[in-house]
Design a binder for this molecule. Sequence first.
Ligand SMILES: [Zn+2]
Length: 413
Amino acid sequence: MTAENRRVSYFYDAEVGNYHYGQGHPMKPHRVRMTHNLVVNYGLYRKMEVFRPRLVSPTAMTRFHSDDYINFLKVITPDNMGDYVRQLQRFNVGEDCPVFDGLFEFCQLYTSGSIGGAARLNDNAVDIVINWAGGLHHAKKAEASGFCYVNDCVLAILELLKKHERVLYIDIDIHHGDGVEEAFYSTNRVMTCSFHKFGEYFPGTGDVHDVGHADGKNYSINFPLNDGMDDKSYKSIFRPVIGKIMEMFAPGAIVLQCGADSLSGDRLGCFNLSVKGHADCVRYVRSFGIPMLVLGGGGYTLRNVPRCWTYETAVLTGEEVKDELPFNDYFEYFGPDYRLNLPVSNMENLNSPEYLEKTKNQLLEILSDVEPVPSVQIQTGQVESQLNPRGMNLEVDGPTEDERKEHSSELVG
Ligand SMILES: [Zn+2]
């Protein structure tokens, strides 16, 4: 399989666009529908295999989340909130993470795309899976956070670990990928790498010195950044750090969270990336030819997110797309220029070349301490060696052969 010719699978369910977090809330899953509409109108849809896995069961979500948290998400509605005052507080649901009609179905949908996508990669049915509705990286084991309820990134990684010895998680959302980092903080089977705004900014974690714990030491990589990151500076750090990770960690599969709130002009963000600059990360990760699950994430300027994710869909399918937008259902949103690329601003980049160089070198130093992967894979043939990694603090239930078959048959072409 050449780098130019990859089998790409794409998850879309029209229902995803139907859920809203409430009046005036910046997180609109509607972005996913707008993206889909552009993808269709550019003809990119025809370059991919579309899949819609059966909805995951609540039990599948408890591979990471606690039973009582998932049960709560199942029953809570805007009408019965008064009966769940204590739980709302305990699970951090209600304010930043509002209750809305269809909340649980919404979680099931985007999570199904990510777990189902990981299962498709495991089956070697495709090389790349895209789920723009996924990437809700802040959710914790028993707590919602930052508009995230169920952590589909963690659940997808757990699925990939059934087959792959090592999985790499990369996060280019402007916010720290804290939920994913925390889940895998003490295992050496998952390396997490997050590039994010740091300092008086949500969620507050992701210091360069937070490198993992116990067997997971040096397997959490954090690049804290200041306002104004532009294309050139981002590329100057992203490529060397990811290149070094590929060399040292040699992952069997990659989950790439493509939060678009790192774009210039984002309503909640403070970086200055163009669509092309953001997509350069996708292009670079794709170039390694490793099975990839590509997820969405943040992105709060409605007209920019679909531009970014559509362009990245083109990059992943290896297609060229013209800058002039095709006519689409949301055409008026893209005025006055109606172009795919967006202009960046003249904001100051508060990341000096010296700071970037110094932090990059700190991370390369940490990565040079990672135990090199043996060039010849040692296969013991014992199921336990695959499913109970050193230091894994999660219960990874291994699939029985029947479960695997059942799961595969849930997937429709
Ligand atoms: Zn974000």
